[in-house]
Ligand binder design. Structure first.
Ligand code: IMP
Ligand code: MG
Length: 173
């Protein structure tokens, strides 16, 4: 598999993202909400780089079914979301593809009474975006290719790779 982003590049990217978040929030407490399962590595690496009072929660969203690589209907599960009313939330996901997942989650978290909701993604496929919203923080813009590793999967596998790799034709894997 071809490496698109090496461990070093990812680490520098997360440094940069964490510094931006840290700079914007100052001493504000934060609820960091990761989107399962793809954000797990990013959440852990971000948390290590952020100071001060931070709560952590997870939500899940799935738009991909089985071997399909085009987004289907969106399922949101907010049962692991802590109380966010009057709190500042940072929503963290692996990738902003069509953007439908992040857009729906931002709205859902606001409807739970959050004081503010910012969004952070490691990757964005600019040419695929279908929504009006823009993530507040983007690690890397990538072309319209299918990637795995650093939390991202193909059919549930490859999340363990420490770098982001390219799958040219997902059907062959
Ligand atoms: P969106 O709602 O279209 O933005 O979909 C975002 C979700 O699609 C991400 O959280 C990923 O789970 C999945 N996804 C999109 N592109 C890729 C990819 O290249 N590799 C692995 N998962 C992807
Ligand atoms: Mg995902």
């Amino acid at each position: 598999m071809q490496v698109l982003l090496s461990r070093e590049e990812l680490s520098e990217g997360v440094d940069r993202l964490a510094a931006l978040v840290q700079n914007d929030r100052g001493t504000q407490s934060l609820v960091l909400v990761g989107v399962l399962t793809g954000s797990i590595m990013l959440v852990a690496d971000l948390l290590r780089r952020l100071n001060g009072s931070i709560e952590v929660g997870m939500v899940s969203a799935s738009s991909y079914r089985g071997v399909e690589t085009t987004p289907g209907e969106l399922d949101l599960h907010l049962d692991l979301l802590p109380d966010v009313s009057q709190k500042h939330v940072l929503l963290v996901d692996d990738i902003f593809d069509t953007g439908r997942t992040m857009a729906a989650l931002v709205e859902a978290i606001y409807s739970r009474g959050a004081a503010s909701v910012k969004s952070l993604v490691l990757l964005r496929k600019k040419s695929r975006v279908e929504v009006v919203m823009n993530p507040d923080y983007v690690g890397f813009d990538i072309p319209n290719v299918f990637v795995v590793g650093y939390g991202l999967d193909h059919n549930g596998a490859w999340r363990n790779l420490p770098q982001i790799c390219l799958i040219d034709s997902p059907a062959n894997f």
